[in-house]
Write a protein that binds this ligand. Sequence first.
Ligand code: VG1
Ligand code: CO
Length: 543
Amino acid sequence: MEIKTITTQPFDDQRPGTSGLRKKVAQMQQPNYLENYVQSIFEILPELVGGALIVGGDGRFYNDIAIQTIVRMAAANGVKRLMVGQNGILSTPAASAVIRKFEAEGGLILSASHNPAGPDGDFGIKFNGHHGGPASETITEAIYKFSQSISSYKIVESHDIDLSTTGSQQLGEMEIIIFDPITDYADLMESIFDFDAIKAWITKGHSLRFDAMHAVTGPYATEILQKRLGAPADAIINGTPLSDFGGGHPDPNLVHAKVLVDELYSDGGPDFGAASDGDGDRNMILGNHFFVTPSDSLAIIAANAQLIPRYKSGINGIARSMPTSSAADRVAEKLGIEMHETPTGWKFFGNLLDAGRVTFCGEESFGTSSDHVREKDGIWAVLCWLNIIAARNESVAQIVESHWQEYGRTYYTRHDYEEIDLESAKGVMAHIESQFEALRGEARLGSKVKTADNFSYSDPVDGSQSHNQGLRIILENGSRVVFRLSGTGTVGATLRIYIEKYESRLEKLGEETQIALSELINFAEQISEIKQRTGRDAPSVIT
Ligand code: VG1
Ligand code: CO
């Protein structure tokens, strides 16, 4: 089979963000754009030559075309075995699970996660390594550097490969295995949780609703919730994956999963509700008339871990991204285990998980997972909650409220200003940082400013440093505002403001979040001059 070397020119915008390279579909469709990036991955990861590579994506528009290109380039670059999820489908956590199970050298995950899809939407590509997790910053930076001087890529000529039938086929020297993307993952879930207890809870007449948002988790939820756990068919809504996610925004939060939220808040609504995002790594947990913040979810799962078979003998430690609330810290303290605070993005958890220093990880952005994979895992989080609910025989609200009574409540909100002008966004950040020196030690909001800094992280396992990871103002009473620019958007800039306050007085545990945090919200808006500088009078999304 003839390997062709095609001459190309670099694109100057191929630096990966928080989670891989994400662009508008039209940008990705430019001649040689995807090819340049994929070739740069092959150049930086020589272990892929002669090795096994997993490929799959969330099924969005351009997934199938990108996979055919990757197949041809993998053959040209000397991959020995290419394993592709049937029909090109693999959720992000399932990709991580199969990389680990089959001990592949790595995987290419095609997804722009929670970003909308379709010809006018977004597309993305991400490399995960042998441990199943997103490549470290050192590797993504090297891929980017290579892409800046690339002059050619390698590809073979071939007809399109049939992705719809499982089995093995040959392309030149390379074996292509099309595999069922659901079963291995569902088996892994069954090995972690008490499926009998969950099944009994469901068949006793409790009702649940899972919103797959027309994205990748539909078939996973059907296999696990319906077939293995006995939930009725109507427990899953929007369960058919569509290449444009039905025109929706597959981000499981109070705004984008509103239909589900409204149902859970209606009279006679289900006992439990959940949703996942485009590529299946995020989760939102709801009870009847109740929303669990992702930060609380991490803390509560950790505090109840002994009820889940895989974790019954204890957990090693917990890690959370810096903007995630400190609720989990109090659980770690009580359990006497390690607690780590990392920059935003799952790649920063990899070393801690590999070293066995943490068992659970979480991000405020609706991401939670454990050491069973090296990605966040939406369905895993849903099963954690179902397992805990079944074992305690209590409602979501009862479980959360009793947690607050024991540990106190961490009020938490995130205000996003999306698609603002990039220069204004940078101006906001610079303006905040310019006040840091004056702020330190100042009396504010009935307390004192303890820390005002730009968060840096030193990885305790390999010593690598990451700077410029978000601006933090922390008060002595534990209240905190954090400002960050998103690294996953494809238009303009998105500024995120994260706000939290700790409350342990029992009579103050039941307040409405935005009201409880109103003073801190005003403080954040004042100090950032966000409204004046961006011309926006309110956040685009509040979660
Ligand atoms: C966002 C979240 C971050 C998450 C990332 C990828 O990044 O804040 O916590 O890891 O998305 O999630 P940013 O840079 O936009 O804040 V996913 O589900 O989109 O892969
Ligand atoms: Co995602």
